[in-house]
Design a protein around this ligand. Structure first.
Ligand code: ADP
Ligand code: MG
Length: 364
């Protein structure tokens, strides 16, 4: 995948500015493999839609090139790129029936009548709407309309499908169901999907790889587990999942570990991720579920006294907020694995964690 010539989609040094001053996309280099489900995940305004629109051909890069199967697509208009698209607002034609909506991209591509009928039937069956061909979009639920939009994007057998927050308008339960449906369709069809969302759970559920966007640049590109387990900077650690943050200064480095001084609280053993010298300021990132309650002395490399501030029972886990190392917003998630848990607000406890669960990231 790191090879440069076999990328199915390639962004090469792509920049985009709308006003000639601010860079909406800074310097994008991204290779997407054939058949991959690649998600662009990031907060609103981070440049995801702009990136997708450049790939679709509705916006042009200010600099750099985009390649599909090794060919520059800079001069190819959107409808000739062979790309299917799905948007949040469905963008169905309201005055046309479902079948007519699906026929549209086929007629544009000059398919014959019998072929059009066969493709429509297959696409509607694929999204389990075989009986709804004669209805208009207004006579369908939101989830059904989104399925029609999906069928319309797939009906002409595109090799590449772009989806921009396609599930954003659906309620939670339907959204989660559609996430799995789209994922399974992707697996069955072998089509390449570039998916945009601001929802980290959606990205983790669906993707082969995730490109985390912030401020017009990719912060990290990795498979879901890698992003969660090994965030490379403070933005990614914060945006994907929850993390506790402790600010300090590197006081010792010894190859694979470092020692970080937390002012007034002592030293922490951590993994140096993007700090490399004594004296650097750093923010330590710790997942709440990796923190241990009252660990036996010597069992973990970091142990601190803490005080319980709040205990919230959430069924599958108990969320405990504690004061530790000068912070009163430190969160511990304790799995409800059956035993009776004795944590009361006000109690003095110790908490601890392993060196490898504590990542020393650059202080922003
Ligand atoms: P995202 O999809 O991640 O929310 P967008 O790509 O839509 O981000 O927008 C990124 C930035 O570019 C935003 O600040 C937005 O206001 C700006 N922008 C997007 N589209 C246009 C446009 N057509 N003209 C001018 N500015 C735009
Ligand atoms: Mg957007």
């Amino acid at each position: 995948m790191s090879g440069t010539n076999d990328a199915y989609v390639k962004f090469s040094d792509v920049q985009k500015t709308y006003d000639g001053e601010t860079l909406t996309v800074r310097n994008l280099n991204l290779d997407i493999a054939q058949g991959e489900f690649l998600t662009m995940l990031g907060p609103s305004g981070s440049g995801k839609t702009t990136t997708l629109m450049m790939l679709a051909g509705f916006e042009a890069p200010t600099q750099g090139g985009i390649f599909l199967e090794g060919r520059s697509i800079g001069n190819i208009p959107p409808h000739k790129r062979g790309i299917g698209m799905v948007f949040q607002n469905y963008a169905l034609f309201p005055h046309m029936t479902v079948e007519e909506n699906l026929a549209f991209p086929l007629k544009v591509r000059k398919f014959g009548k019998s072929e059009i009928e066969a493709k429509i039937k297959r696409a509607l069956d694929m999204v389990r709407l075989g009986a709804y061909g004669k209805r208009r979009p207004g006579q369908l639920s939101g989830g059904q309309q989104q399925r029609v939009a999906l069928a319309r994007a797939l009906v002409f057998d595109p090799k590449l499908v772009l989806m921009d927050e396609p599930l954003g308008a659906l309620d939670k339960q339907l959204r989660e169901q559609m996430q799995l449906e789209i994922k399974h369709l992707h697996e069955d069809l072998g089509v390449t999907v570039v998916f945009v969302t601001h929802d980290q759970g959606e990205a983790l559920t669906m993707s082969d790889r995730i490109a985390v966007f912030n401020d017009g640049a990719i912060q990290q590109l990795a498979v879901p587990a890698e992003l969660y387990e090994r965030p490379q900077n403070a933005f990614v650690a914060q945006f994907i999942g929850e993390n506790n943050r402790l600010h300090g200064k590197v006081v010792a480095m010894d190859g694979s570990t470092c020692k970080v001084e937390i002012p007034g609280s002592g030293n922490v053993q951590a993994l140096p991720i993007n700090v490399d010298a004594v004296g650097q300021r750093t923010v330590l990132s710790l997942r709440p579920e990796r923190v241990k309650l009252n660990p036996p002395a010597g069992s973990v490399s970091n142990i601190f006294s803490a005080r319980v501030a709040e205990v919230i029972y959430l069924g599958d886990h108990v969320r405990t907020r504690v004061s530790v190392c000068g912070h009163d917003d430190f969160v511990i998630k304790l799995p409800n694995s059956g035993g009776v848990m004795q944590v009361e607000p006000g109690a003095a406890i110790t908490i601890g964690w392993e060196t490898e669960d504590c990542r020393a990231l650059e202080a922003s």
